[in-house]
Write a protein that binds this ligand. Structure first.
Ligand code: KG4
Ligand code: ZN
Length: 338
């Protein structure tokens, strides 16, 4: 405790960001240090798990010290340790879990293992101080695309999810096809602003009537086929038009299903979570669709959308308040259902 406030330190290392954060009373971020490995993995066009683990191991102590010093707190004042326990890359997760357990043992602090997606959703509590469940959440990242009904801080269930690729994965794959680089999401987001979203009508995949599931594995092939067909016909391809049209096809489906879910489950709030939630076109389209239905839309700023430890600390705080703790036998779980 410091100045009467409950202090949580949290660790996130599920993919390619080593992050440590300190929060006061669960929602106030005192520090949120993020050491990204994007530059390291760029050369390979995607995250290399073994390299990610090694970098987490090299960085985590320095990132921890920086998080404590930026927050101006000492280990004595910390009340709780939170850590991402899964899902994610097992070797990467293990570094965060082992570090959190070592500190919990050394400083005799309670420990809570957090589901990564619960963390992404909780980023909204940090951004919108008045936000409380229930609401509908759209979790959309490099590894996930899920429509989640959140009924309490620690209670939620998945109404629909991707049957193949995650939305972020589709962005990254299409960016690769267009030769844009890695990670593809932000690059497509930027390029699409200069293109015509109706230049190419890529297939909108809605699946069965009333299904809230998604399928994005076909769109990369759709884009590839289009490019080949244009090249064979001797026509110049316009990357901005393709980026904008791909994005339009994917987002129309995502926005419709998310708003339909909120309406049918009688939710007046939708929250966005995950890396793709930083996408400007998604925000604009959802904003418009929500306004038509009288639904309030909450989205965290981009830094809280992509992987960070502040969101994990917030989720850990609410789990601990609900009576949850983890033992020193806490393990990293690469495949962990919500
Ligand atoms: O949540 P996150 O940092 O890591 C996972 O848990 O997956 O999400 C990373 C994903 C990547 O696929 C990246 O391309 C995508 O989020 N992304 C975006 C944007 N910013 C990040 N996708 C579309 N538009 C963006 N502005
Ligand atoms: Zn994530």
């Amino acid at each position: 405790m410091k100045d009467g406030k409950f202090l949580t330190i949290a660790f996130e290392s599920s993919c390619d960001e080593t992050s440590v954060a300190v929060l006061a009373d669960g929602r106030d971020v005192l520090s949120n240090v993020i050491s990204t490995q994007i530059e390291v993995h760029k050369a390979f066009g995607g995250v290399v798990p073994e390299i990610a683990s090694r970098h987490h191991l090299e960085n985590i102590n320095a990132v921890t010290e920086q998080a404590l010093s930026e927050a101006g707190v000492t280990w004595d004042e910390i009340d709780l340790i939170g850590v991402t326990k899964g899902p994610g890359l097992v070797g990467a997760l293990l570094i965060g879990v082992a570090t959190a357990k070592a500190f919990a043992l050394a400083y005799d602090k309670p420990l809570v293992g957090v589901h990564h997606i619960q963390g992404h959703i909780s980023a909204n509590y940090i951004e919108s101080k008045e936000l409380e469940p229930p609401f509908m959440a759209l979790v959309i990242s490099g590894g996930h695309t899920e429509i989640v009904e959140v009924t309490d801080y620690n209670k939620c269930h998945v109404l629909g999810q991707t049957r193949d690729d995650a939305a972020g994965e589709a962005y990254d794959k299409v960016a690769r096809v267009l030769g844009l680089g890695y990670p593809g999401g932000p690059l497509i987001d930027k390029l699409a602003k200069e293109g015509n979203p109706h230049a190419v009508e890529f297939k909108r995949v809605f699946l069965e009537k009333d299904s809230l599931d998604f399928s994005f594995s076909g769109i990369k092939t759709g884009v590839l086929n289009y490019i080949n067909q244009e090249k064979q016909a001797g026509r110049e391809i316009n990357a901005a038009d393709i980026a904008a049209s791909f994005q339009q096809a994917v987002l129309e489906v995502i926005v419709k299903k998310t708003v339909d879910a909120a309406v049918s489950m009688k939710k007046d709030k939708i929250v966005l979570a995950g890396g793709v939630a930083a996408n400007s076109a998604l925000r604009a389209m959802l904003d418009e669709a929500c306004a038509k239905k009288g639904i309030a839309l909450h989205c965290p700023p981009p830094v809280l959308c992509t992987d960070n430890a502040a969101m994990i600390g917030c989720a850990a705080y609410y789990a601990y308040k609900a009576g949850e703790t983890s033992g020193l036998d806490l393990d990293a779980t690469p495949h962990l259902p919500l």
